[in-house]
Design a binder for this molecule. Structure first.
Ligand code: CU
Length: 182
């Protein structure tokens, strides 16, 4: 026991130094742990009818919604229920990110917008009742498309408040994210 004590005295100051550096690389004041969010992206496209009418590879899934059924529901409701984000409302802490996983068969985006608006497909915008394209969709980055099976992770939430996310292809796909202090 007598031999161990000097070693502990030597090691302890180093351990304290390491602990002290924990948040030097982060401008966000750490009060509690970062809570990130998860969103699942859903659609139900029938690959046969979608690929025949739009383009090969448009839909990679054997869903149950044919293109004509999709168009009929969109015309009737200005949205198609199976094309959605879940959840549509979630909370993350300051500094947190949101991982949006595409479990559907089509490309989608998870794009932060100041105000919900239309996307990049005029015909879908008209049918959805959002004829004016959101500026963030007009300026969509080439890597914003989330392929089936892929996950898109947002940047860190940098202010307390509510952030709006939408799909820039199917503009009725929306989520509100509340950012709270850590
Ligand atoms: Cu979409």
């Amino acid at each position: 026991m007598r031999r161990l004590l000097p070693l502990a005295v030597l090691v302890l100051p180093f351990a304290l130094t390491f602990c002290d550096n924990s948040d030097d690389n982060n401008n966000i004041i750490a009060i509690g742990p970062v809570v990130n969010g998860n969103v699942t992206i859903y659609d139900d496209c029938d690959s046969v009818s979608f690929n025949a009418a739009i383009a090969p590879g448009t839909c990679t899934k054997a869903g149950t919604t044919t293109l004509s059924a999709f168009n009929a529901e969109l015309t009737a409701n200005q949205s198609v229920a199976a094309w959605r984000f879940a959840p549509t409302a979630l909370t993350v802490t300051l500094g947190g990110t949101i991982a949006a996983f595409n479990t559907g068969g089509e490309n989608h985006t998870f794009t932060e917008v100041a105000n919900f608006g239309g996307g990049i497909v005029p015909a879908l915008n008209t049918a959805a009742g959002t004829p004016v394209e959101a500026p963030e969709c007009a300026a969509l980055a080439s890597n914003a498309l989330i392929a089936p099976g892929a996950t898109f992770t947002t940047d860190q939430a940098d202010a307390v408040g509510v952030e709006h996310y939408q799909c820039c292809i199917h503009p009725w796909m929306r989520a509100n994210v509340t950012i709270v202090a850590r």
